[in-house]
Design a binder for this molecule. Sequence first.
Ligand code: ANZ
Ligand code: ZN
Length: 723
Amino acid sequence: NYAIKTKKNPKEVVTKNVKYFRKQLQTMGFSYDWQREVNTTDPNYYKWTQWIFLQLYKHGLAYEDEISVNWCPSCKTVLADEEVVGGKCDRCDTLVERKKLKQWVLKITAYADKLLKDLDLLDWPERVKTMQRNWIGRSEGVDIEFKIIGHEEHIKVFTTRADTIFGATYLVLAPEHPLIKKITSESSSSEVKNYIEKASQKSDFERQAEVKEKSGVFTGAYAINPANRERVPIWVSDYVLMSYGTGAIMGVPAHDERDLQFAEQFRLPVKEVISSDGILINSGPFNGTPSKIAQEKIALYIGGKKNVRYKLRDWIFSRQRYWGEPIPIIKCPKCGNVPLKESQLPLKLPEVKKYQPSGKNESPLADISSWVNVKCPKCKDPAKREVNTMPQWAGSSWYFLRYLDPKNKKKLVDIKKEKNWMPVDIYIGGVEHAVLHLLYARFWHKFLYDIGVVSTLEPFSCLINQGIILGEDGEKMSKSRGNVISPDDIIKKYGTDSLRMYEMFMGPLSFSKPWGSQGVIGIYRFLNRVWYLITEKNPVAGKKSKKKKEEKLILTAEAKRKLKENLKDLEKTRHKTIKKVTEDLEKLHFNTAISSLMEYVNQLYGVPLEKVNKKHLESLALLLSPFAPHMSEELWNEYLKHRKSVSKEKWPTFQSHLTEEKNFILIAQINGKIRAKIKTKKGINKAEAEKLAKSSSLIKKYLSKKKIKKVIFIRDRLINFVV
Ligand code: ANZ
Ligand code: ZN
């Protein structure tokens, strides 16, 4: 889209952007292994994307279908259901239209059950799992047949509420239902035809919208309700979708909101069949049966067939773009679709001058006759290449596997390497991927598992949705709002380490939070404090400060004792800080880890510099290194005089007995109200705590002339006098 808009060749645009991204990532000091860089638009990479497509094809999971699809008139391409957000194109916000086109489709529905069940194996945010569950939309129900009066055929409906069948007062067919033509009476036919015509212009999204006004038309035909043998009219309405269930429903207006709206609009009878306490009424032999039980019984009574239905649709995989992986299929007038041989991969995207969409429902590749016209590999007669390309989701559905073995020419990934690395331990990404990339990648992975390419059922064991950084005004950053903070500017002013560390300090990783200019400055100052602490204590050779000699400390005995105590305390803080930062990092609680580093530095500033042991400064530099790697490296090598890079050093360790707090604050209450807080030793018993509290003047005054009825004691926490 960007290339078309700016009239630049997409290949040049991508090359330039990759270079720019790489530079930005390197500036940030991220610890990526650049030898494993992959590029989904590189033929050496997409050879394997095409290879996966061929395997899907061979297993009957890639097929062509003439279907009604989402069409973006601005992008001039077909979109997957997942790319249509609120009825609009996810990329350009244009209202999506419906078109009937022949498309490649991937049979993700064959994996619906596995995709649903295996969500239980994942340590993912509950809301993402819920989104996937709803998107897959499994429903257990019953298919029921209604005999059409005067015709041989039956209308099959899908219902999750067979218990309500005695209240089914009409049937509704989706406008695309194949039986409509056959059963519509002559007097209704032109009206029905008009209605179908209009409905075909609406997208499924519009049709599902919660509108009060329902539309519909009577076919003139009737069916028999199999439960009570009553005659029910057959209607057509677009609130019933052809793509779900059987494309036909039984209308039960008394117990379904949409059916009620429809019935009221068209004055159809409303018949209550379940009482307010869930017992069947007006239901012949089932009167008095609880609704849940009746569901099973009625299904049996009318010969309904139990069925499981999914909302999930197959994945429309063709795009009418130039820039995408070519689909490795040759279309022969005689042999039909003929897949390329694996040895013919990669099928390279031809370099072209014109890459704008033609607007003729096909990719611009169709115009490159030298590329399109080939011989059929089977019969050698003239044939044509498939001209549609794959969607942008293809290459990203398996890229994490290629990182493990990026240069392998023989295989997508070596199985030993795959076994060693997979699954991905932590995957951090935005929630907007919930039913797109994260579902597609799981589908492909499960397929690769089934054909023995990978050894794990799931690709990503733990998922974390990071929050987004908002503008200072608390709104999403956008050019039009003028609230965009450029990382490049921040880096110029305060350095990469300040930027990194501030982003980690802003709050929990999963929260969205506004940028704060003062916040970056705060971190910048903190880093300066660390810098001076270490460089003053350890000036580089040659610059030895004279100050040090002049400042001889003369201390009283009391001050000496105090200093000794402070230094002891400081050593404990060192161990506590190591523990806190280590554990917080593992939990990705960066902000609290940084807070503890700040407290540590404050305490270090509380004792004279020359009394600070070097091990404090070393621990500090090591603990700081994941947050501020550039500055830590400089301190580690230049001032603390170590040879190895700080990133190659061992992580500091702590001794647990030094991290344990010996004291605690005893909360003393009278009738549940806090009256005093007393610092004391951990582990004291009830009698000791009572004695201590009673000796406090704050408590004494509340207890005088009062009778103590009860004393509640919680170890190492509180004591409460009920008076
Ligand atoms: C009668 C009934 C009575 C229903 C009642 C619901 C409540 P889920 O859970 O979403 O699967 N339905 C079936 N196919 C449909 C289609 N193609 N287009 C629109 N609606 C369709 O819901 C299943 C219910 O959705 C089915 O059960 C059917 O309405 C409706 F008190 O049948 B029910
Ligand atoms: Zn678009």
